[in-house]
Design a protein around this ligand. Structure first.
Ligand SMILES: CCCCCCCCCC/C=C/CC(=O)SCCNC(=O)CCNC(=O)[C@H](O)C(C)(C)COP(=O)(O)OP(=O)(O)OC[C@H]1O[C@@H](n2cnc3c(N)ncnc32)[C@H](O)[C@@H]1OP(=O)(O)O
Length: 253
């Protein structure tokens, strides 16, 4: 993770080649970095983007979920939950500068921010069902809160990956920006949020989001148990094995 501060704005650049997949170590690093910025009194905003060309993040590292060690799998999921709690509940203003594809966990990271700008000709969405897995309730809550129930239900059922244009049309992202302008526009959007007194913006954000974060807090252990029981099922392992094979075939084909 490349993290630096530009005045009162923290910039986090995901930099885990080849595709910024989020494994246990990288999620832990991500959480530490966001918590550090959150606790820095001089930091009012955070921009999340990718240091890699063409990929914002490929989402959760599928290799963590394929033929897993159960203890590690639990730790992995705890870090995924924590990242969502940290980002969705963040008191600083957050902008996702989506400069590449953003499937599944990559989409969730961006949906957890306050504002999303995206470069053209990429794809974004919660594609979990295409892997034969199910987005947990807090993933669904997050997309539903962004694009509304009907569109979210349809997109989740299909595991639909939106083009940048489609994402803009349904409100999954807020603005389409050429890649060379994405950081400049992220700063402009940040300034718009800074024009509102921090405490008023923060209380409003809490009013909108707290109930969803509280829901995960209340069910956190059960959510981890569900995840581990679900992922370790033979049928789910088979589906994930097939998906990994299809990724490799696509590459060679
Ligand atoms: C009631 C029941 C409740 C139960 C609750 C259960 C909850 C379960 C929910 C679990 C949630 C999961 C969320 C996720 O994030 S799952 C991950 C989904 N991600 C994807 O599907 C992305 C797949 N990848 C791609 O589409 C493409 O790789 C790309 C990102 C568009 C990039 O394409 P590109 O052509 O540039 O690159 P390659 O495809 O050649 O990939 C390069 C190598 O990287 C490997 N790879 C890609 N993505 C991942 C990944 N997510 N994890 C691990 N590895 C990945 C790919 O296989 C290549 O590897 P190789 O070089 O070794 O062949």
């Amino acid at each position: 993770m490349l993290t630096f501060k530009e005045s009162c704005i923290g910039v986090m650049k995901l930099s885990k080649p080849p595709v910024n997949s989020l494994n246990l170590e990288y999620l832990t690093e991500f959480n530490i970095a966001i918590e550090k910025l959150e606790n820095d009194k001089s930091c009012r905003g955070v921009i999340i983007t990718s240091a890699l060309p063409k990929i914002f993040s490929a989402g959760l590292d599928i290799l963590e979920m394929y033929q897993p060690n159960t203890d590690r799998l639990r730790q992995f999921w705890t870090q995924v939950q924590q990242l969502w709690i940290n980002l969705y509940g963040s008191q600083v203003a957050t902008v996702a500068a989506i400069n590449g594809h953003a499937p599944a966990g990559g989409c969730l990271v961006s949906l957890s921010c306050d504002y999303r700008i995206m470069a053209p000709n990429y794809t974004i969405g919660l594609n979990e069902t295409q892997l034969g897995i199910v987005a947990p309730f807090w993933f669904s809550d997050t997309i539903t809160n962004t694009i509304g129930f009907r569109k979210a239900e349809r997109a989740l059922q299909l595991g639909y990956m939106f083009t940048t244009d489609e994402a803009k049309a349904c409100g999954l992202i807020d603005k389409i920006v050429p890649p060379d302008q994405i950081m400049a526009v992220a700063h402009e959007e940040m300034k718009k949020m800074f024009a509102v007194p921090d405490f008023a913006r923060q209380i409003t954000k809490n009013q909108c989001r707290k109930q969803f974060i509280d829901k995960l807090h209340a069910k956190r252990d059960a959510d981890t148990d569900n995840f581990v029981n679900f992922i370790t099922k033979d049928s789910i392992q088979k589906a994930m094995g097939k998906y990994l094979e299809s990724l490799k075939k696509r590459k060679s084909g």
